[in-house]
Design a protein around this ligand. Structure first.
Ligand SMILES: NC(=O)c1ccc[n+]([C@@H]2O[C@H](COP(=O)([O-])OP(=O)(O)OC[C@H]3O[C@@H](n4cnc5c(N)ncnc54)[C@H](OP(=O)(O)O)[C@@H]3O)[C@@H](O)[C@H]2O)c1
Length: 391
């Protein structure tokens, strides 16, 4: 960022875990970051509270039935946008420099494209965007000359390690994404059938929204991140690896062709990647607590249990095949997680459901956005039918 100039941010998904952390970062850097728009799905009380605290003049609520309730909580000067159009309106707000998308699920895709189209930098937390439409998003961003700033801690770590290595001769050998391994890192395979929702929602190191917490337990989160990294950093899936690192201190690494490895370390606090994405290329003191190395007992690394946690293999297959398959992978996982949360399927069925939908899918190479959305829809039908009658 240019020193002395505030970065004006639209925050989509402000009421969620990333949204709340972003507002905290913005509050700590109030002279550098200004929030100019906020959007949520249906949580009007929290959205109104955030709007009053930040003083934004534009908010969006996806659920149109909540508009009246929201209106009653806000001064008349605040403009309320609704539905999918409302999210798009915020994405192209003239006063915004950057749009941070932290919406869980696929609803963030269109607003992300709108932001790029409007010439805004895009800060991406929602993995779904690049997993579903990485080729379209990255091509559009380079056409419009806007930046894609990764908010996910792993991608933000790689982004930091790549400083000075962004040109065509980047000398990268491989990207190594770290994964905590989730709560079942050491659970024997047969016991995974007894995993309850409560157990899956207890992440050992990160405090996050429910969907991503379950994805961390199945390792689908890491799978989604591998595909996301492929597009963010323009590197083949064959050079992207995942490694288990239970302490969540090393957030990811880049190995260069000379064998040297650069890693980014910090405490497990999403404030770090959010702040760097919003202040890039500047580093600012924002009140985040640095690591105390004397408190760290050890940093461990081990290979993932690929056979017991098939999500990484499925992700690699989806990423290598490309086309519409990553969208199928993502949509089927969303349906499976919902069904696991409703008690319709068991924990290992989540992997089986995604495998089923991927086998079932008609694969289209170099798809249009419409074809991607169609593949997403069909995958949901296929995954839904699996969940009604899991094998
Ligand atoms: N949490 C993390 O540490 C973390 C780290 C890296 C990446 N991510 C990614 O960031 C995204 C958000 O994760 P999260 O953990 O913050 O999720 P979360 O706590 O469940 O929050 C989800 C947010 O999305 C909003 N939302 C959902 N559907 C919407 C729609 N149709 N229109 C507008 N807003 C909508 C929700 O609004 P309501 O509150 O009104 O429902 C809420 O603000 C996910 O894609 C996740 O994979 C999260």
């Amino acid at each position: 960022m240019t020193r002395g100039k505030k970065r004006r941010v639209v925050l989509l998904g402000s009421t969620g875990s990333i949204g709340v952390s972003t507002l905290k970062v913005a509050k700590n850097l109030r002279n550098e970051i200004e929030i100019v728009g906020l959007a949520a799905c249906s949580n009007v009380a929290k959205l109104a509270e955030q709007a009053l605290a930040t003083g934004v003049q534009n908010v969006a609520i996806y659920d149109k039935s909540k508009e009246k309730e929201l209106r009653a909580l806000l001064p008349p000067s605040v403009k309320i946008h609704t539905g999918a159009e409302g999210l798009n309106a915020l994405s192209e707000l003239s006063e915004a420099d950057v749009v941070l998308v932290a919406i869980v699920g696929t609803a963030g895709l269109q607003p992300a494209l709108t932001a790029i189209e409007a010439g805004k930098d895009l800060a991406v937390a929602s993995k779904e965007i690049l997993v579903m439409a990485g080729e379209i998003i990255t091509a559009k961003a380079s056409e419009k000359g806007v930046r894609i700033l990764p908010v996910d801690s792993e991608h933000n770590a790689i982004f930091q390690c790549l400083e000075g290595h962004r040109g065509p001769d980047r000398e990268i050998s491989r990207l190594i994404l770290t994964a905590s391994g989730g709560p079942f890192r050491e659970t024997p395979a047969e016991d995974l059938w007894n995993v309850t929702l409560e157990m899956a929602l207890k992440h050992p190191t990160w405090d996050m929204g429910p969907k991503i917490t379950i994805d961390s337990a199945t390792l689908f989160n890491k799978g989604l991140e591998m595909i996301e990294a492929r597009w963010l950093f323009g590197i083949g899936m064959d050079r992207i690896e995942a490694i288990i690192h239970p302490q969540s201190i090393v957030h990811s690494m880049v190995e260069f062709i000379d064998g040297s490895v650069l890693a980014q370390l910090s405490r497990a606090d999403m404030g770090f990647p959010i702040q760097y994405a919003l202040t890039y290329p500047a580093r600012l003191g924002g009140g985040l607590k640095p690591l105390d190395f004397t408190e760290l007992s050890k940093l461990e690394f081990s290979p993932p249990r690929l056979e017991d946690f098939p999500a990484l293999g499925l992700a690699r297959e989806a990423g290598l095949t490309g086309g519409t398959l990553p969208a199928v992978f993502n949509a089927a996982n969303e349906v499976a997680v919902e069904n696991f949360r409703s008690g319709n399927i068991k924990f290992p069925h989540i992997w089986e459901c995604v495998r089923h939908a991927m086998n079932d899918a008609v694969k289209t190479e170099t798809p249009t956005l419409e074809q991607i959305l169609e593949a997403d829809k069909s995958a949901r039908v296929s995954a839904g039918s699996f969940c009604r009658n899991p094998a």
